[in-house]
Design a protein around this ligand. Structure first.
Ligand code: NI
Length: 167
């Protein structure tokens, strides 16, 4: 947090370049970085890459032990459409905002579309934590970090104080 690269609109990926070694390497770096940090997701600007690529997904999350599994997904040039105005509050953290958690309102139900690592269309309707992760990661492509979405700062603080069991 504080790095200007996290505050920009990221550049769209040229679809003809998805299969290139450069893009495939970025995707591998994102997946490895996410896994080694036990993250629920990661966006390219978080590793200093100015492109619209996000990865997310886990079977069981160390950082979010109560969350239902989310399928491992790579999505390029994602677009989100809220499917209702209903908002849901939930705790979020971020690998770019280490040691902090806050309650963030997000759309409960969304549709997201984009391309996968093979250039195939992804088009899903999701809700709950899956929808939250997608909104959080796509925010990274538009210069938003979760603290900018926090409305109630009485529910924002240090992970080790709020969730001592997470260590
Ligand atoms: Ni994040």
């Amino acid at each position: 947090m504080g790095d200007p690269r996290l505050l920009k609109n990221a550049t769209l990926v040229d679809v003809a370049e998805i299969s290139s070694p450069k893009i495939q390497q970025i995707i591998q770096d994102l997946l490895e970085t996410m896994k080694s940090a036990n993250g629920a997701g990661l966006a390219a600007p978080q590793i200093g890459v100015d492109l619209q690529i996000v990865v997310f997904g886990f079977e069981k999350s160390v950082r979010y032990p109560d969350a239902d599994p989310v399928p491992q997904t790579i999505i390029i040039n994602p677009v989100i459409t809220p499917l209702s105005f209903e908002l849901e509050e939930g705790w979020e953290g971020c690998l770019s905002v280490p040691g902090l958690r806050g309650i963030v309102p997000r759309y409960q139900k969304i549709r997201y579309q984009g391309l996968n690592e093979q250039g195939e269309i992804i088009d899903r309707k999701v809700s709950g934590f899956h929808a939250r992760v997608v909104q959080h990661e796509c925010d990274h492509l538009h210069g938003y970090l979760f603290p900018m979405r926090v409305k109630d700062f009485t529910r924002f603080g240090f992970t080790e104080v709020l969730f001592p069991d997470l260590g």
